[in-house]
Write a protein of this length. Sequence first.
Length: 186
Amino acid sequence: MRQNDQAGQQVGSQVLYERQKRLRESGSIQPGPAIVAVGLRVPENLGMVLRLADAAGTSRVVFVNEETPLQSRIRKTARNADLSVSWEICDAKTFLQKHVAALQPMIAVEITTRSTNLFETELPQPCALVVGSEQHGVPAEILRVCERAVHIPLYGVNGSMNVTHALAIALFEWRRQYVRVPIPSR
């Protein structure tokens, strides 16, 4: 059997690291949207949000939680992304008083009576993407300070998806709309 090389060869982790380092140092990437994650209780989800923030070039994450999840489990899942992304945990009252103005416009990734299809909506540049817990979504008091809501069209029987998956889709849709930076090949 002849080996097909059309897809190329898998790139090793050290090569990927060097490629990403050159991209960051080039100054040609625009920071991705800020992230506001509300009510996430599972520390692994918080860690995955930080990994997504790093992957998408986001520089700021605000977790809005009434309880502080185990930070050691957050850091373990984040795989050092917690060191490259500015992040904090605050309660809803503090968030509404101290962070809302600096994060406008805020776009909720949530199915609402007025949400629009993410893939048919021009996302603002810059913006903050707001996600809520899988069980409760974005709370009403946070939804009220959002400029608008977008939803991801779903085609199965399930009415929602994992919060980190939804966030990944929204982050990279924003990247698709605004940033077309070639990744250095060498």
